[in-house]
Unconditional design. Structure first.
Length: 269
């Protein structure tokens, strides 16, 4: 099965599995990740995992909205684009795709550095880390990347190296439903693919805004699960980007991606 078919499974079916993990995974960081929350470039990465990722991803800065950012991604030139999905040893590589919502957020931050300059930023569901990297490039005072996949965390370290940045802190704890962190800005892209997860996000983000007056920006290309959720009535469209042809082909006809500002009412649903 080609990876394009595998990606279709990620889009339509296996997201349910990931959503269940987001909903159920509780507790703190593993001991290893507590020690490695502030990784230095080239240090503390498992050498076997590093070698695997370097061998089975391609460094690219083309085909997406942010050519300023180099990323390790799965592309048609990679072995696992056509290998059977079960041969990939580390679970579904959601992080190895630069999703449209993340592209829009990253482009917006690079074009509008004042949005993050001097501010603390949480990149929720960070994936490949592109939006966190964009925030670092644009002068954020503090960046935390969050993804429940530890391999995504390792890939983010490699992507920081590619862009000549010291790796930002990374946590693989599921922080949804945890205490509201005191962040100036929370960014999240392509996270509204499951109704129950979307409900949890809606409630938690409202709490962050109510307690800490956190600003929230959401990137999404307008998928049905997102636009049909009750959160849609509390969103303000900030900007819409036309997607490059390569991204359109990878995302089955999606032509644009939007950055939304989340401005809920004072009451929690």
């Amino acid at each position: 099965m080609a990876f394009c078919g595998w990606k279709w499974l990620l889009l339509l079916g296996r997201q349910n599995t990931l959503a269940k993990v987001w909903r159920s995974r509780k507790g703190g960081l593993s001991l290893c990740w507590k020690r490695c929350c502030h990784w230095g470039a080239g240090k503390s990465l498992n050498p076997e995992v590093r070698a695997f990722l370097e061998e089975n991803t391609e460094v690219t800065n083309s085909g997406h909205l942010t050519p300023e950012i180099r990323l390790r991604l799965l592309t048609p030139r990679c072995r696992f684009w056509r290998e059977k999905p079960d041969l990939w040893p580390y679970g579904d590589p959601f992080w190895a795709i630069y999703w449209p919502g993340g592209q829009a957020l990253s482009r917006y931050i690079l074009d509008n550095p004042h949005v993050v300059k001097g501010r603390s930023v949480l990149d929720l569901g960070s994936g490949c880390g592109a939006t966190a990297i964009a925030a670092m490039m644009s002068g954020a005072s503090q960046v935390l990347a969050n993804d429940i996949d530890p391999i995504a965390g390792m890939a983010m370290i490699l992507n920081c190296e590619l862009n000549h940045l010291n790796p930002f802190p990374i946590t693989i704890k599921n922080i949804i439903n945890s205490e509201a962190g005191n962040w100036d800005l929370i960014v999240l892209g392509d996270m509204f693919y499951d109704e129950q997860l979307a409900d949890g996000l809606h409630h938690w983000l409202q709490k962050c805004i109510r307690i800490h007056q956190t600003e929230v920006l959401i990137g999404d290309p307008g998928r049905h699960q997102f636009l049909s959720h009750s959160i849609r009535s509390q969103l303000h469209k900030v900007i819409e980007y036309s997607l490059p042809e390569h991204t359109r082909q990878e995302n089955y006809g999606l032509t644009s991606s939007i950055v939304w500002s989340y401005q809920p009412s004072n009451s929690l649903d």
